[in-house]
Design a protein around this ligand. Sequence first.
Ligand code: ZN
Length: 205
Amino acid sequence: MTEYYYPQRMGRIILLAMEEVLGREGGHSIQRLASLAPQPENLPAARSEKTFSFDAVSRLMESLEQAYGPQGGRGTALRIGRACFQYGLREYGSMLGLTQMAFRLLPLSSKFDAGSKSFADLFNKHTDQVVRVEQQAGRLLWHIERCPLCWGRHTTEPVCHLAVGLLQESLYWLSSGRIFNVEETACIARGDPACTIVIDKTPIS
Ligand SMILES: [Zn+2]
């Protein structure tokens, strides 16, 4: 089976976000449960080499469910996803042009289009994750066609909660503090062709 990877920098972001949400000990125990040897003093370096396997990402997500139960694991993964966005913005924001004033001043609908495209490009060009953005009336569909979060898993429900949290937080940031409905409606782990996250373009608040 082909091995797919995230860059080391992204693995580092996930582990940092996990520690922020669960505390140091909590983060380390999830790493142990996922059979990743925790290296407290040396997180993976923020480098672009692709070394953080999809298999490791998926095992981390599964370990959250084992440690906290399906509901607790879901809530935790959502929070970790939100924290990932904040770390990710620091690492990749300027490269993506998202932190430039010209972008900040765009109307919300243009930010949606430009932001989703450059966010998808980040994954497609710099990682083995494959993302396709589909625009529909009033909605944006974020199709993850090769997904690290549920890699190799078989489940009855969608399980890529980290991606939902990541997108929720990116929309919150993009819109200067509004909440949007974001839901995973299809998941490869459940036998669907892609992990599909549906975003309503009209904010709830
Ligand atoms: Zn998935």
